[in-house]
Ligand binder design. Structure first.
Ligand SMILES: [Zn+2]
Length: 247
């Protein structure tokens, strides 16, 4: 099982760093987790299109490049029509609305959307994906991907609570958002995590490896790793485009 980071920026892309986009593969099966701004060119560069796409929620920095993917499918890759897209409520509707897509539009032939919710289990090739509830202002999920006895869990965007800790129990790798640095105070934003919280969650869930992602673009990722290390003693890395982790 392999994780390949295509983009990892929180909230918006910068010149060398797309927003959220991660390939998870096992054998001949590959799924893409999130397709944020500037990720689509990296998908093309990575090789054949993935077998399926997961969108954790409908915020721009996690899904907007689906519109570029659609144009690619529509004009230059019709042989790949029917590409499965798994997303929570409201996500596909936002993207379809931007495309002006009614029910009979090519959008719904090029892409094959399937609604997911906490508790949904999906199998794509040899990958099994289980979805849990994330804590975010729009419908949002976290996901556990398993194959050949290995597991990668991705937080999507979430605040404390929800299903992430339960979903991550004993995982080989937790890819966890760590949007903020410092100490969460009483007025903290409730829909993202601090690096120290990502570390605590990794510890409490008993994961083997922690990869921090969705770090604010203007923050130093080394500081986030240091803060998470106060609560998690296992290996910690900051996600960046090109990072590959084989399990
Ligand atoms: Zn979000």
């Amino acid at each position: 099982m392999r994780l390949s980071v295509l983009g990892s920026n929180g909230t918006y892309p910068t010149p060398d760093r797309p927003a959220s986009g991660y390939l998870v593969s096992s054998g001949a099966t590959t799924v893409l987790l999130d397709l944020g701004p500037s990720v689509f060119p990296a998908v093309l560069a990575a090789g054949p299109l993935p077998d399926a796409i997961v969108l954790t929620h409908g915020h721009v920095d996690h899904c907007i490049d689906v519109l570029s993917l659609f144009n690619y499918l529509r004009f230059d890759a019709t042989e790949r029509w029917g590409l499965p897209v798994y997303a929570p409520a409201g996500t596909i509707e936002r993207l379809a609305a931007f495309s002006g897509a009614g029910p009979d539009h090519d959008f719904f032939r090029a892409l094959r959307p399937t609604l997911v919710a906490p508790g949904t289990v999906v199998e794509v090739g040899e990958l099994t994906m289980r979805f849990g509830a994330a804590v975010h202002p729009v419908p949002a999920v976290c996901v556990r991907v398993e194959a050949r006895g290995k597991s990668i869990v991705y937080s999507g965007d979430t605040g404390p609570g929800g299903d992430l800790e339960k979903l991550a129990h004993g995982a080989d790798l937790l890819l966890c958002e760590a949007t903020h640095q410092g100490t969460p105070g009483p007025d903290r934003y409730p829909h993202h995590l601090f690096a120290v919280e990502a570390g605590a969650l990794a510890h409490d869930a008993g994961v083997r490896n922690l990869v921090l992602t969705h770090i604010g673009p203007m923050l130093d990722p080394d500081v986030s790793v240091h803060e998470a290390a106060a609560r998690f003693t296992g290996p910690i890395r900051a996600a960046e485009p090109g990072l590959e982790v084989a399990l």
